[in-house]
Design a binder for this molecule. Structure first.
Ligand code: FES
Length: 329
């Protein structure tokens, strides 16, 4: 065994530095211990959070909105908190996120509601009672925090994550109010599940124009947490008019607009395409023009569906990661 090389003292005397020698020995022992435990540790297994569920019932909730009641044939479902969503894996291979809008206290079933606006949602609307579906989750990217008061703002199908929050706030005895907007009453789901006294239902059809930020934040308490889910213009209005005193939490239906973007070039190594991505579009947009089967889901950077390998060994979420790259596509 080779004797450890002790560093000379920093005072230039040429003698061994005792403190430094001890540190070197401790560090070497620690490294040996870490290597030993790494060898003994079993390999990390990825947790498969997929669930096989049955569509127990489907129900029309509003024009173009259908809810699905999902049950697990072999028992109760994993717990969740208001704001959580499921990834629904569709037969075509598409994956879409849908907020849970049932009660977190009742784990006999999950409920999601889906507005028909594109090919994936049309697939969901084609599901019938008795069909088996696969989901991942629940996961929560929109957590409900403790606050003295709550101000909820929902636009159309954006009511889905807000609904369990409203019920939780009511159960907690918190002071809360909800501004619920939509195109018209017929397009707004779950109106009959909301208590009338604290909710302002504001369909655009009755006012002629979408709600302003001031309307959406009407009667806002200075200590209220603001929860907002809906289309991008609604979220922008809330953020622009929100006083500095209030914390805001929001969930979008669509990707946030690209602000101050710059054009860049992306090369797709396997397919041989070169893409010039303009300042206001995502890599995903351009990739799908030449490779329409490249999967995506949230388009906001949190689900990982669009992640691809880059030639430098990294991973890129092409819906949000911007900049020149060579991708393994
Ligand atoms: S689509 Fe979800 S991270 Fe890109």
């Amino acid at each position: 065994m080779t004797a450890p090389q002790f560093p000379p003292r920093l005072d230039g005397s040429g003698r061994r530095d005792r403190l430094m020698s001890t540190l070197v020995a401790v560090s070497a022992a620690y490294r040996r211990l870490a290597e030993f435990s790494a060898r003994r540790r079993p390999p990390v297994q990825a947790v498969d959070r997929r669930l096989s569920l049955i569509v127990d019932a489907v129900r029309a909730e509003a024009s173009d909105v259908m809810s699905l009641r999902l049950v697990r044939p072999d028992g109760s479902l994993p717990a969740w908190r208001p704001g959580a969503h499921l990834d629904l894996l569709l037969p075509s291979g598409a994956v879409r996120q849908y907020s849970l809008c049932s009660s977190p206290e009742d784990l006999s079933h999950y409920r999601i509601a889906v507005r028909r606006i594109g090919p994936a949602s049309r697939e969901v609307h084609a599901l019938t009672a008795g069909t088996r579906v696969t989901v991942r989750g629940p996961r929560n990217a929109f957590p409900f925090v403790a606050a003295p008061a709550y101000h909820f703002v929902a636009g159309g199908i954006g009511i889905t994550p807000i609904l369990p929050m409203v019920h939780r706030a009511a159960t907690l005895g918190a002071d809360w109010r909800l501004v619920y907007t939509g195109r018209d009453l017929a397009s707004m789901p779950f109106l009959d599940e909301l208590p009338a006294d604290r909710v302002w239902v504001r369909p655009d059809s009755e006012f002629g124009i979408p709600a302003s930020g001031a309307e959406l934040l009407k009667d806002l308490r200075a200590d209220a947490a603001v929860y907002c889910c809906g289309p991008a213009p609604m979220i922008t209005s809330v953020r622009m008019d929100l006083p500095r005193t209030n914390a805001v939490y929001f969930e979008r239906f669509s990707p946030p607009p690209i602000v101050d973007g710059k054009p860049y070039r992306v090369e797709l190594r396997r397919s041989g395409h070169t893409l010039d991505v303009p300042a206001d579009r995502s890599t995903l947009d351009l990739v799908r023009e030449v490779l329409p089967d490249v999967p995506y889901s949230c388009r906001q950077g949190f689900c990982g569906t669009c992640e691809v390998a880059s030639a430098d060994g990294g991973r890129v979420r092409i819906c949000v990661d911007r900049g020149p790259a060579v991708l393994e596509l």
